[in-house]
Design a binder for this molecule. Structure first.
Ligand code: GLY
Length: 447
């Protein structure tokens, strides 16, 4: 059965991370004929239910040297899910020990770990991005806001990592003053807010574009679209992502736009990093704003998106491990373009009450047992990827994080994918479960 640690192949895989993105990565890479065991540092209840091994009891998961030793002992290729270990240099540690790992080095990961670095990099290399200013003094930042015309709108961003929550989109000068206070005075995101970027707010449609990179060339993944705001109709605070769909017809339906993104953004970025001495291997993610038919980079991430990964990988028909190995070896140009199913994929994220701020844990999740015993339901093209889940002492699956489950459906139309995903969502519940009811609806206008 897919997903079980059957030991059927020659190559073991270690996935770093505990979210639904990592669950999906492990699940789909286990489909490759070459893959033997899949380990997670540290996974969740879903990765255990799928028969994979969570290694947190054996290895302290923040000890990168020990993780590298584990990977060497078990002959693993390691893939890193989240940004934090990349920003902290996990790839550098693995490389120094000769352990195979996919991801950017600490220097290259600064594209995500410092918004100031990323914006200055884009300016230097002529990559389209909204105009910006950098401030380390809140008073000077407020003076700048005061100097703007009344109808000019900005986005205020904490420089450092803030899990998608350090970006505050402002509708007025008052919003901007309050964002500066929250980030620089109240230190809502800690030292990540020592510096800020104030960026001109662009209007248009957001899109996610992700490539696998080998340091020199890029291999585009299927296009996708995230839903970052907490509430329907794109209202409420930014989150890590409340749902996604793939493909993104806005990009796929416009050849000129697609070429601009490939040549004017993704290739330029990889070559710019290389010429700056920061070779980038791994998944490069551009968060774009499409405004008047042109793409602008709002932010870079140095990893797969979550929940974008959960809608991209179910559509992949190529051997994922093969591409991962070529990316590590710098030989992606030897491979054919990745092959994608014609089906549409939709993901609805089920979150805890209070997310993206304080939330409670330990709520018993009902409905999962009827869905293939809580495992990834890989029948009839529906999938349940776990994120913040664990077992309580009675063996029940309980919530253990802000984003708890990703419910994914594949279908030959977006309408069917939406209906199929929400039918499954309606069978699952816990006290305080929150989700958006409008995931994918904006895609219908392109069909
Ligand atoms: N979905 C946005 C992110 O992964 O940061």
């Amino acid at each position: 059965m897919w997903g079980m640690n059957s030991g059927k192949g020659n190559s073991n895989v270690l996935i770093i991370g505990s979210g639904a993105r990592e669950h999906a990565l492990g699940f789909f890479i286990s489909k490759s004929a070459d893959v033997g065991k899949v380990f997670f540092a540290n996974g969740n209840a879903g990765t255990l239910l799928d028969g994979f091994e969570n290694i947190g009891l054996k290895v302290e998961i923040n000890n990168y040297a020990r993780l590298a030793e584990f990977a060497l002992e078990h002959e693993c290729v390691t893939i890193v899910g989240p940004e934090e270990p990349l920003a902290n240099g996990i790839v550098d540690v693995f490389n120094s020990k000769g352990a195979r790992i996919l991801g950017p080095t600490k220097d290259a990961a600064m594209l995500e770990s410092s918004k100031v670095y990323a914006k200055e990099f884009m300016r230097k290399h002529g990559i389209p991005t909204p105009p910006f200013r950098v401030f380390d003094d809140p008073n000077k930042a407020k003076d700048y806001i005061a100097s703007l015309k009344d109808d000019e709108r900005v986005v205020v961003k904490a420089d450092g990592l803030a899990y998608g929550k350090g970006v505050i989109v402002c509708n007025s000068k008052e919003d901007a003053y309050s964002a500066i206070d929250r980030i620089m005075i109240a230190k809502e995101f800690g030292s990540a807010g020592d510096r800020i970027v104030i960026e001109k707010r662009l209007y248009g449609e957001e899109a996610s574009f992700i490539c696998l990179c080998d340091g020199n060339s890029i291999m585009p993944l299927a296009t996708s679209q995230d839903h970052k705001r907490l509430y329907d109709n794109d209202e409420g605070p930014n989150t890590g992502g409340m749902g996604a769909y793939s493909p993104n017809m806005l990009i796929d339906g416009d050849d000129e736009l697609y070429k601009q993104i490939i040549h004017g953004i993704m290739e330029k970025t990889i070559h710019g990093l290389r010429s700056d001495g920061r070779e980038f291997k791994g998944f490069l993610y551009a968060g774009l704003m499409i405004s008047n038919g042109e793409a602008y980079v709002l932010e870079f991430n140095v990893r797969l998106g979550d929940p974008e990964c959960q809608v991209i990988l179910p559509r992949l028909e190529s051997n994922l491990l093969d591409y991962v190995n070529h990316a590590i070896d710098g030989t992606l140009d030897q491979l054919e373009p990745l092959q994608w199913s014609k089906k549409y994929a939709l993901c609805v994220v089920l979150a805890s009450k209070g997310y993206p701020f304080r939330y409670e844990k330990g709520k018993v999740i009902t409905g999962l047992r009827s869905n293939n015993n809580g495992r990834v339901a890989n029948y009839n093209d529906v999938f349940v990827f776990h994120a913040g889940t664990t077992f309580n002492q009675q063996g029940q699956i309980v919530t253990n994080g802000g984003r708890v489950l990703s419910i994914v459906a594949l279908a030959y139309s977006m309408r069917d994918a939406i209906d199929k995903a929400y039918r499954l969502v309606n069978t699952i519940s816990w006290d305080g479960m929150h989700y958006r009811k409008d995931i994918g609806l904006k895609a219908l206008k392109y069909l």
